[in-house]
Write a protein that binds this ligand. Structure first.
Ligand code: A2H
Length: 926
């Protein structure tokens, strides 16, 4: 990589960052360069056979995959665009990305002659209602068939003799699966509606009822399956309720012209034993869930979920020739027999609607194709192994990859027209464009030496494409032998190989979350097939999509900015700042204008502050940092350096911005507050300016370079200055300081509260208005004792630190009962006293770790408060502050008439109690 992309001259033009930030000068560089990106553009290239170098690479890749048995020719169900006349992969889809085929069994329910008048045209044909089912093993229990009364159907010619009645949509899918008299063209002999079909007598395979009838059901969908559903009321709650409605509601039968004899004689037939719901599971769950009609969709959907799972995985057949067999095992046997006996056919359709980019609705076609055998068990194992070792930066991302590996099936990698490299052994076909981009990260490593920066591969002065034979690629990427007959110089070959070996394996590929389900998973698969394990990818970082001011980016609503526009509006660094702040991980990031505007102000304010400090150097304290505040500030800087290094390392930019900018700024501000306008240590401030500039440089490079060179008078570039050194941060000191700051905030709040009369109305603790408090007594209890100590001991005993879990509450309660305080009499009272503390501490452990159970804080509270008395006085605006130990019996006396406050809120480790006195009060207390 070339590194930083701005020249010295460009940097030097940024005399005034405010001007520059507001009016970003139209630099004569590309937008991305203006954005401050360091990119090695020489590695850019065009894919497909337009680029002869890349073409050679993909041909080699394809031949390797074929040689290893990863590409095979097969007849398979594929999502297919009739308009394109070929498979329609994700990137060719306008909608329905990631949708795969769903396979059904089509049950051929024969219409028993004589046919009604409408069927005039069908005379002499075998006519079937074709019902799509996922549960062919349930066909013994059929009682009828369902259609949607006002649904549109047709009678379509499947072959010379058979006609299927189904929706036009299903006929279209079938036509691409070899089930249409005219291939790829459904021919409809009669157009029908559901009403035309009601009452048709049917002979259905496996059914114990010899004749069943076609009946109306209102929940039948015409955009799923065939729009014809076979009814098995024993095991399908939908079927049960619809049949029940027809049986029990005569007006309903009348409405659809349903005769009694088509419905009333048909009883539920037990066919499967469900471990939980018995032999008539649909009826049982309907009773349990009190479902009253087929219109209660939500309840029915919930019921279906519950019983299908159990019925399928744990159910046992109790009817038919496989009685006694588990449903899981019987299903495939029954299906195979139905298909063999030609009583059913296989039907497949897109699981959800898929539209191609050209606007036609895709079908599932049975096509003879070259396939990458993704999903094949031994290959999948390697892919899983690779994934397991990869750094994915978030559990959510890992879940998505694991899910993709669980379902990813063979992938059609060829297509018949479009752009792409030809399949080397079958030149009629092209390599589909997701399949030629799976290991091209290896090509990046050598691209610049082959193409010499020419995108299209037109510059052949280094190497001629035809010189890139397979043994050359083997030598470069697979540690192959020196190619014998190559006329590329050995020097160049070695150089190319060195580049590859320098960069590979790839540490990181960054991409959108939408590519997990194809491109990125393909990348894993292909690497494991072609490269040795040491060259498998090591990390993917997936990001979400970007939102603008909490709303989706959309050109039509105007909520939209190009990078260029954003840079012009806010400046490059403010855009980068707001992007870093927009969010980490796979959640959609949110770019806020307010943040970008705030960034301009923050950076400007910071620059002005630095100028002031630099100008006032002589007024600062010199010598080594020595005070408490010095130590705290130095420590916070060490924290910022370490945390920010980690956050950048994890590609967590929002976190890096927090630790490397916001937190560091807060530490500096606290330091300023500590000393007011004078007394700050010069060396610490200089270190701060240096560190702040380096830590923010990756996010705001232009600003940082300006500060580095112009304000800090450093040589060279900040991005070349390296990461600052840091001593190990002192966690105890940081905690002590948090404690100090929180305590001061609480003292201030208490002072206001006590001055305005306390919490209780009419309390005699009210400070008289004529004199304001001038004295603050701070009571500290450094160590838990009494019942609290006992509780903490119990919790420590009941905490499993290996699993970060507490024992169940019952056990903790038992331990309390058996403890010394539990034995002291009224246990109910003890319980009431201890339970809130126990649960408070349990929560604290989950947030802060097991040290929350310590009896003491890791630092001396009294010591910290005493060391900072001046600060406390200044911050709360009182002349006198006394720090007292709650353990000292004389100390309480000092509180005088406020002593009751000590009882109301006694101090505990980490929470001192403050009491405020007027001069008169103090005299009383004496
Ligand atoms: B199943 P999935 Cl016993 N509209 O068959 C509404 N439902 C339809 C449909 C359509 N156009 N096409 C098919 N179906 C039903 C039997 C069965 C089914 C039993 C138990 C469960 C079960 C008898 N009816 O399906 O949305 C068909 O009913 C639950 C898995 O593609 C088909 O299988 O998953 C099922 O929905 C297909 O549903």
């Amino acid at each position: 990589m070339r590194g930083y992309s701005l020249t010295d001259e460009e940097i030097a033009t940024f005399q005034d960052p405010v001007q520059w930030l507001r009016f970003f000068p139209p630099l004569a560089v590309e937008d991305l360069k203006a954005f401050g990106l360091g990119v090695d553009w020489r590695r850019s290239f065009i894919t497909t056979d337009i680029n002869p170098f890349f073409d050679k690479f993909v041909r080699w890749q394809m031949r390797k995959l074929k040689e290893y048995g990863k590409i095979v020719k097969d007849l398979r169900y594929t999502i297919y665009s009739p308009l394109y006349g070929q498979p329609c992969a994700d990137h060719d889809r306008a909608s329905g990305k990631g949708v795969i085929p769903q396979e059904y069994t089509l049950i051929k329910m024969e219409v028993v002659p004589p046919f009604p008048d409408k069927f005039e045209n069908l005379k002499g044909k075998k006519v079937f209602l074709a019902a799509a089912t996922l549960r062919p093993e349930t066909m013994y229990g059929q009682t009828n068939a369902w259609v949607l009364p006002d649904g549109k159907y047709g009678a379509f010619e499947i072959n010379e003799s058979d006609v299927f009645i189904l929706t036009e949509r299903a006929a279209r899918n079938l036509a691409y699966q070899g089930l249409s008299r005219v291939p790829e063209k459904p021919t409809c002999l009669v157009e029908l509606t559901g009403e035309d079909l009601i009452g048709l007598p049917l002979r259905s395979p496996l059914s114990f009822n010899e004749i069943i009838y076609c009946l109306p059901m209102l929940s039948v969908l015409t955009d799923k399956g065939t729009g014809i559903v076979t009814s098995v009321p024993s095991d399908s709650p939908d079927d049960f309720m619809a049949l029940q409605d027809l049986k029990s509601k005569a007006p309903f039968r009348v409405k659809f012209g349903v005769k009694d004899e088509w419905v009333l004689p048909f009883e539920v037939i037990p066919i499967i034993n469900h471990p939980e719901f018995g032999d008539k599971s649909a009826e049982k769950i309907r009773t349990d869930m009190k479902i009253k009609s087929q219109n209660e969709r939500e309840k029915l959907d919930a019921a279906k979920k519950v019983i299908y799972k159990g019925g399928f995985y744990e159910g046992t057949m109790i009817a038919g020739e496989h009685a006694g067999t588990r449903v899981q095992d019987a299903k495939s046997l029954i299906r195979a027999k139905l298909l063999e006996d030609k009583l059913a056919v296989v039907y497949s359709e897109p699981k959800k609607k898929v539209m191609s980019r050209s606007g036609d609705e895709c079908v599932v076609a049975l096509t003879d194709q070259w396939y990458l055998t993704y999903g094949e068990s031994s290959w999948k194992k390697y892919a899983e192994e690779c994934l397991q070792k990869m750094n994915l930066y978030s559990d959510k991302t890992r879940d998505r990859f694991e899910y993709t590996l669980s379902w990813l099936n063979p992938w059609a990698c060829s297509r018949s027209f479009g752009l792409g490299t030809r399949i080397p052994w079958d030149e009629e076909f092209l390599v589909e464009s997701l399949s030629d981009s799976t290991i091209y990260m290896a090509y990046y490593t050598v691209c610049h030496l082959l193409q010499k920066g020419e995108l299209f591969g037109a510059d052949t002065s280094s190497v001629k494409p035809e010189q890139l034979t397979d043994d050359v690629w083997d030598y470069l990427f697979l540690e192959g032998r020196e190619p014998k007959h190559s006329d590329i110089s050995l020097d160049l070959l070695k150089k190319l190989r060195k580049e590859f070996e320098y960069w590979y394996p790839l540490d990181l590929r960054v991409s959108g979350k939408d590519l997990i389900q194809n491109h990125l998973t393909f990348c894993i698969y292909n690497h494991t097939a072609i490269f040795p394990e040491k060259h498998w990818p090591r990390g993917f970082r997936c990001n979400g999509h970007i939102m603008l001011n909490s709303e989706k980016m959309s050109k039509s609503t105007g909520n939209f900015r190009t990078l260029k526009q954003a840079i012009e509006e806010f400046s490059a660094d403010a855009v980068r700042f707001a992007l870093a702040d927009a969010g980490d991980g796979m959640d959609d990031a949110n770019f806020e204008f307010a943040t970008a505007n705030a960034a301009i102000l923050l950076l400007t304010k910071e620059r002005i502050w630095m100028e002031e400090v630099l100008a006032a150097e002589s007024s600062l304290r010199v010598g080594p940092p020595s005070t408490y505040a010095d130590r705290v500030f130095a420590n916070e800087m060490n924290f910022a350096i370490k945390m920010t290094e980690k956050n950048y390392g994890d590609y967590m930019f929002r976190k890096a911005l927090k630790s490397g900018f916001y937190d560091l700024q807060a530490a500096r501000d606290e330091y300023r507050v500590f000393y007011g306008s004078s007394g700050m240590n010069r060396d610490l401030l200089w270190r701060f300016m240096d560190i702040q500039t380096r830590l923010i440089a990756p996010i705001c490079p232009h600003y940082s370079e300006y500060v580095w060179r112009k304000l800090l008078n450093e040589e060279g570039f900040v991005i070349k200055a390296g990461w600052p050194e840091a001593e190990n941060p002192d966690l105890t000191l940081q905690k002590a300081n948090r404690y100090l700051q929180d305590s001061i905030t609480n003292f201030r709040k208490n002072l206001t509260k006590q001055s305005s009369g306390g919490s209780k109305k009419g309390s005699n603790n009210k400070v008289t208005t004529h004199s304001k408090p001038t004295i603050c007594l701070v009571y500290v209890n450094e160590q838990y004792d009494g019942w609290r100590k006992e509780c903490l001991n119990i919790l420590r005993d009941k905490f499993d630190s290996a699993n970060s879990k507490f024992a169940p509450d019952k056990e903790i309660l038992q331990a309390l009962l058996e403890s010394a305080i539990g034995q002291e009499g009224d246990f109910k009272k003890t319980q009431k006293l201890c339970m809130p503390f126990l649960s408070f501490k349990k929560d604290e452990v989950m947030q802060l770790g097991v040290q929350a159970l310590d009896l003491k804080l890791p630092f001396g509270e009294i010591e910290v408060l005493k060391e900072n008395l001046e600060l406390i006085k200044r911050q709360i605006g009182l002349e006198q502050v006394e720090v007292l130990s709650a353990a000292d019996p004389d100390a309480a006396i000092k509180a005088g008439r406020y002593a009751s406050l000590l009882k109301q809120s006694p101090p505990s480790p980490g929470s001192p109690t403050s009491i405020f006195l007027t001069k008169e009060d103090a005299i009383e207390g004496l």
